[in-house]
Ligand binder design. Sequence first.
Ligand SMILES: *Cc1c(COP(=O)(O)O)cnc(C)c1O
Length: 457
Amino acid sequence: MEFKTIIEPFKIHSVAPLQMTTQSQREKYIEDVGYNLFSLHSDNVLIDLLTDSGTGAMSRNQWAAIQHGDESYAGSPSWLMFKDAVQNLFPYKHVIPTHQGRAAEKILFTAIGGKGKIIPSNTHFDTTRANIEYTQAEGVDLVISEGKDPSSLHPFKGNMDLVALEEFINKFGVENIPVVMMTITNNSGGGQPVSLENLRAVSAICKKYGIPFFLDACRFAENAWFIREREAGQQERDVADIVREIASLADGMTMSAKKDPMGNIGGWLALNDDDLASICRNLLILTEGFPTYGGLAGRDLEALAVGLTEVISHDYLKYRITSTAYLGNALLKKGIPIVQPTGGHAIYIDAKALLPHIPPLHYPGQALAVELYKVGGIRGCEIGTVMFGRKPDGSEVASAMELVRLAIPRRTYTQSHIDYVIEVCAEVAAHSQDLRGYRIMKEPPALRHFTSEFAPL
Ligand SMILES: *Cc1c(COP(=O)(O)O)cnc(C)c1O
């Protein structure tokens, strides 16, 4: 008998209290911080869906591994545990530990970026793009057109446009393209997966032209689960086996261990090229630390080694992907527009469709995110004109999409928490026509979504 309720494949072992607040308290808290959700004291947030990065719950085996951590400066056994766990899934010759994903990006692009270089991806994550641009190289997104359409039901909306990739290589020249990147799953594109077929094809194109191929593999396990579920001929495979095949198609990877490796901190850079690895290790020593710990404590390395064995569990991944879809499907049933199909780590509410009366430059995503906080204490993240609207020349342009992302921390909230989120979203949607936009009162020169202050219109 297969039951339809997919239960959390864990029981609660240690708890952190949620501080209950009332709507009138929350209205004051958010007014006090200029209506910027990043500025709230997180004790005043009931359900925190700001990000899935480093916010998950570790298992008892991970906490036990923390106790086992060895803090030797060089050659610690904790380092060997970590390296073996990484290479078990990603058998690259060199593993370089970093304190988080962007540190791996900084090192890689310092080594291979620079003026005149141009780096394609399905979609660069914002820190990836920022680290590329910091070296004066350029990042270009070549995701398939379905990946930019919130209502397209394509099963692999993270795929690279293969025709565009080859045209791009021929146009800009192999000598100017130090690497081709693929983000799995495609975080900035709605957490949408990339198919194995597409990864194989990108790998073949890179081989044909002699260009290295690197993965931004933060959500590799969720991506592999989607491949197993959705791609022809993959249904019987072990996720670990799919992950190893993905790894074998590329020459290296950057990684944030705050995502699928179930850590609260950590990352790595892994690659096969000896010369490049040597350059990267020297950069690592400058900013992160010695190559056997690289910005992490021995205990962190141990916790990640265990996390890597847990994330590839089919029971875990089935629960993870089903529970994200559970939230998405419930919102759709209540008539709330979201990006479809549901991705791995988050649900993206389409604020433009929900609040058609609020023009983009009055920030409908911000209006919705603030209302979800006021009504239910839920903290999501605007991904729209507040985040992307200010251009380097100072002009303000509406973003293509106005989204509010509800990211789901791993193993942290139960189904009743999510049922509560659904109820709050439905309540907000029921009075959506009463919502008003915002204007910005104070704005920093860059990355304005983190610190801007707003006022209601
Ligand atoms: C989070 C993330 C990064 C950056 O990792 P940090 O650990 O936050 O520095 C890079 N790429 C993708 C796709 C991510 O999701």
